[in-house]
Design a protein around this ligand. Structure first.
Ligand code: ATP
Length: 341
């Protein structure tokens, strides 16, 4: 659905050239929810704006829904953009227009008849859950409702791709979740390809199938979300993964425990997919003469299945402990000994 080949964007500024996107190759399949994560200044906004030619690339090619975007005339580009909807962090609604009029805006531009506009707007209002609010003005809506209007407007012309530029960054956690659920729903219902940029790993965990990590204009790591969660390679990816897999206080709590006598070995077990739901600890204490205390644990759901992280302390004879660790590893659970007792 989307292919970027050797795409680069350099801005000329008074202080010299800034390479915001540096020679990126990227393929996004139809129907995928693809997340791009990175800190501020990594080049995410520039990258996503290259997809609909809000920024023209300095070099390389961008192909979306079978069209080579950077080779189109102005008129062809306007047409190609109808296949690409976009939503924004600050919604970008027209404040003097009602919800219905905002959603109808792209239909008006396309020259759709008033009757068909009304029909389509009603469908979209239902799709995004804004029944009864069609006559309200944006200032009368909550942040979540404003973003629903943004989503409805972006979908008005039945695009094949939806670009989300930090679409939940201005929302509180509960509203963020409800918007992410709406996006997942739309992805499933309409088979829409979604590309989103974010600095929050929670967003990636909750809805993305694939993730790319960006740093200084380059993609430094990419893959299916569960794979990247399981074995993050780069230091930056590890930091992002920690945002969702380890409660903030984990490190502090575990470090505190190291000081206690007889804490034993402290292990971090990482489960992925079906393994996250197995009674592994029961199996270990049945088979080996070890005692186990659970220190902290968390299971998170991703679009590719569950992912769990469990901290335990284990004590017993060396041979029993070694046997237990080997047994856990045989169950395809990653084990890291983070403290030797
Ligand atoms: N129009 C522009 N003119 C000059 N420099 C720019 C322009 N747009 C972006 N840049 C620079 O390109 C780099 C990448 O910016 P970009 O906004 O793409 O990053 P980002 O990851 O989206 O960060 P943020 O979340 O803060 O927007 C930054 O150094 C930025 O200053």
């Amino acid at each position: 659905m989307i292919t970027l080949s050797k795409i680069a964007k350099t801005f000329r500024t008074r202080d010299g050239n800034v390479t915001a996107v540096d020679n990126i190759d990227l393929t996004i399949d139809k129907g995928e929810i693809y997340g791009i994560i990175g800190y501020s200044g990594a080049g995410k906004s520039t990258l996503i704006r290259l997809l609909n030619m809000l920024e023209a690339p300095t070099s390389g090619t961008v192909s979306v829904a079978g069209k080579e975007m950077n080779k189109l005339s102005k008129r062809q580009l306007r047409q190609a953009r109808q296949e690409i909807g976009m939503i924004f962090q600050h919604f970008n609604l027209l404040w003097s227009r009602t919800v219905e009029e905002n959603i109808a805006f792209p239909l008006e531009i396309k020259g759709v008849s008033k009757v068909d506009q009304k029909k389509r707007v009603d469908e979209l209002i239902k799709l995004v859950g804004l029944e009864g609010r069609g006559g309200s003005y944006p200032s009368q809506l909550s942040g979540g409702q404003k973003q629903r209007v943004g989503i409805a407007r972006a979908l008005a012309n039945n695009p094949q791709v939806l670009l989300c530029d930090e679409a939940t960054s201005a929302l509180d956690p509960k509203t963020t979740d409800s918007i992410l659920e709406l996006l997942t729903d739309i992805n499933k219902k309409l088979g829409l390809t979604i590309v989103l940029i974010t600095h929050e790993m929670h967003v990636i965990r909750k809805i993305c199938h694939q993730v790319a990590v960006m740093e200084q204009g380059k993609i430094v790591e990419r893959g299916p979300v569960l794979d990247v969660f399981r074995k993050p390679q780069q230091a930056m990816t590890k930091e992002f993964v920690k945002q969702v897999t380890e409660p903030e206080e984990t490190e502090e709590a575990i470090n505190h425990l190291f000081k206690e006598d007889g804490i034993g070995h402290v292990l971090q077990l990482t489960f992925v997919g079906g393994e996250a739901q197995r009674p592994l600890i029961t199996d270990v204490v049945r088979k080996f003469d070890v005692s186990i205390s659970i220190l902290q644990g968390k299971i998170s759901q991703t679009q590719n299945g569950p992912y769990g992280s469990l901290f335990i302390s284990m004590s017993g004879d060396k041979s029993q402990v070694d046997g237990a660790i080997a047994f856990i590893q045989e169950q395809k659970v990653d084990v890291e000994v983070i403290h030797h007792g």
